[in-house]
Every structure is written in C-alpha cells, then in structure tokens.
Design a protein around this ligand. Sequence first.
Ligand code: LLP
Length: 427
Amino acid sequence: MSHFSYKNGVLHVENVALNAVSQQFGSPTYVYSKAALVENFSAYAGACQQHSPATDSTLICYSVKSNSNLAVLQLLSRLGSGFDIVSGGELLRVIAAGGDTRKVIFSGVGKSREEMRLALSHDILCFNVESIPELHRLNEVALGMGKRAAISLRVNPNVDAKTHPYISTGLKENKFGVAYDEALACYRSASALSNIDVVGIDCHIGSQLLDDAPLLEALDKIIDLVNQLAAENINLHHLDIGGGIGITYDDEKPVAIDDYLSRLFTRVNAWRQAKYKGAPIKVMFEPGRSIVGNAGILLTEIQYLKHSEAKNFAIVDAAMNDLMRPAMYEAWHGVQTVAQRGGQAQIYDVVGPVCESGDWLARSRSLAIEAGDLLALMSAGAYGMTMSSNYNTRGRAAEVMVDGDQMHLVRQRENPADLFALESLLA
Ligand code: LLP
C-alpha cells in the first residue's frame, strides 16, 4: 500500500495526513487514494492492452458492489471501465456517475421485471442470466418493450475456488449460475427464444482468490463449452471470466494481475488462433476487490480504553455497521495508529459502540495507544462502505477521496434525522 505511508511519524494517504482528514470531516470516515485506484485499474488495462491489443477485444467491467461511490465509478469510467451491476440501483449509480451503459453487464440471480425494463431501456451490453425461469422472464419483458435482450449464461464450472465458503460461488451446491452439464441445453433453449440474442458466456467462481489456478481451470472448461456451442452454430461474441482476484490483508500473497492475465491470454490467444483464425472473441473481467480493496482505509477515533481482567478494549467510533467484514467473515484488517507514539504497547481488541458482542473490528492487536488517538483500519476500500448499515441508528460514515495533496468529500456523513425521514407516525 505505497499510497498509505508514514511521513514524520504520521500516516498519510498520498500527501494528506489522516489527522487533517479527521479535523476537516470527522470520523469515522472512509478515505480512498485516487492514485491507488488508477494504479490498480491500470494493472488490468495495461495487461489487456499488452496481451490482447486488438480494438474491442477486451473489456474490464468493474464490479460496482465492491465500492459504488459515484466518484469511484466516475474515475473508473474515465479510465475506460465498464461495469458489472447486480441491481437497478447500481445501474442508476453508473448513469449518475457518467458511465457508459453500453459497457454494463447485469449479473445476479434475482432480477425483477422492473430492473430488466430499466436495463433494456438503457441498452446495456448484456444480461448475465443465471436460470431458465429468468431467461423466460427476460424474453417476455423484452418482447413487451419491442426490444431484444443480449444475454450470456452464467455457467457454474464446478471448480473449487479454495476461498471462504461465504464468498465461494463456483461449486455446484451454490445458488449461482446454471450447472455446467446443463449449459448446452440452456443455450439451445435461449437461442430459440424470440427476443433473446445469445452473445456470451460468463462465470465467476468466488472472491479473494490468491491463486489463479482455479480461474484457469474454469477458463478451460468455459472454452470447451464455447467450442461445443460453435459446433452447434451458436457463436458467442464474448467470454467473461468474472472477478475474484484477492488482495493482501495480512500476509497473503495474491497472484499479480499481470501474471494472471499473461497466463490467461496465453491460453485464450492460442485458442483464438486455432478456432477463430485469430479473430478476437472478446474477453471480459469483473474485478472488484483487486481494484478498490487496498485503495481505501477506514479512519476512526478511539473513544475509550477499557481494561478488564481478561482483555483490553479500544472502543472506537467506527463499528460493525460501518465495516461488517470482521463480524460477518471473521475477516482480518490491519490496524495502524495515525500518529506513531512511544510507550508500552498492549494487546487490544478494537471494538465499536454497537450493542453486540460480534461488534469487533480487530482482535488481539499490539498497540501503543491512548484515548483520542486515531486509528486506520487498512484495506477497507472493498465491501466496506457498500456493506454498511444504519444499525443502532448510526449514520453512515463520510467518504473522502485523496488526490495528491487534495481531499474531496465524496459522500457526506449521514445526518441521523435523514435516517428516519421516510418513516411516519401513526395517525
Ligand atoms: N462478479 C460477480 C458475479 C460477483 O458476484 C462478484 C463478487 C464479483 C464479480 C467481484 O468479485 P471480486 O473481484 O471483488 O472478488 N462481501 C464479501 C465479498 C463478496 C463477493 C461477492 N461477489 C467480502 O467482503 O469479502
């Protein structure tokens, strides 16, 4: 996380000291580094350009659910990104951020008719269809609008992503996609529907993958299917391998994006050459965490230190409602003090004010701290703000984007009165 470093004993994001962020915007606050976002996106874009230079032969569709702040979407859109969405709400965010709807793909197992209509009216690139009933509903909705819906089927390649069971999605017991063995039959039904255009194939096997071997295994299986479909004259324009590459939270060593894409394109290009005489079937990606995860931190202030017989607690002003990942997955986030201070370190659990024992952000960390100090919860850019809630009627955190020595407030802190503004009293 080179964009997060100590200068004169104070943790900075790029050239902005985190205590300056808290002075100006308070805490808890999510703070993102624009340079880190650009660098992470460019790792994908650069590798695509290098290994598959033909125009329009690749597309990176950033997974909006990982961090959907409008400024993040705007920045990525300006860098040429498309978007992987999972709701009508995410589509409206992409539009509000100035994103190109013709670069939007719509994933998810439960798309409503209304969401389908919205997406069709904005001419999105493709629906990633996850079941036969969804396919029929989409055909019906498109017919009603006098439109055609471009689809890809999300195929479940049944490979083990070897990640946390809650974020593993490519095994046959998961709710996602259509079974590999049924995919051919599903494609036949899809291509017989009046208002459906079969354009692609898609898979996503899980998240926080450290090794690319399961992704390459999935790729081989998908390529096999595309060949079988071609033999039946169902010719696809794109292959979408999903997202899933992990990041370093503690001491994990995820595969480098460039190494992954270089291995992937070695296979894809050999296949393109053999089957398509080099014609570039488009390859698409849906990365989320590897673009935003290490580009953000959650800044929080210690309210109290509490020493009990069994444990020491640092009670901070951020909580599980701000960063759900520890409570939900026992996820590990680094904790750094914003101002380094001398003194004896002690072992602390970092916990929030929410009334649940599960409300912890980090456990058993050695910290030299005092009440009033600021802490940074590291690697919190992905699935941080987007999974936050208003539990305990806590307003959501502010979000700040740092660019060099500038800070931009990209989301105001929620005002408690806003939280019940849509509620009404009985007459
Ligand atoms: N495409 C699809 C269809 C997905 O379901 C996901 C993530 C992605 C792409 C992006 O995957 P990524 O590149 O970020 O791994 N809340 C969990 C992660 C859930 C991931 C859900 N799907 C966490 O905090 O770890």
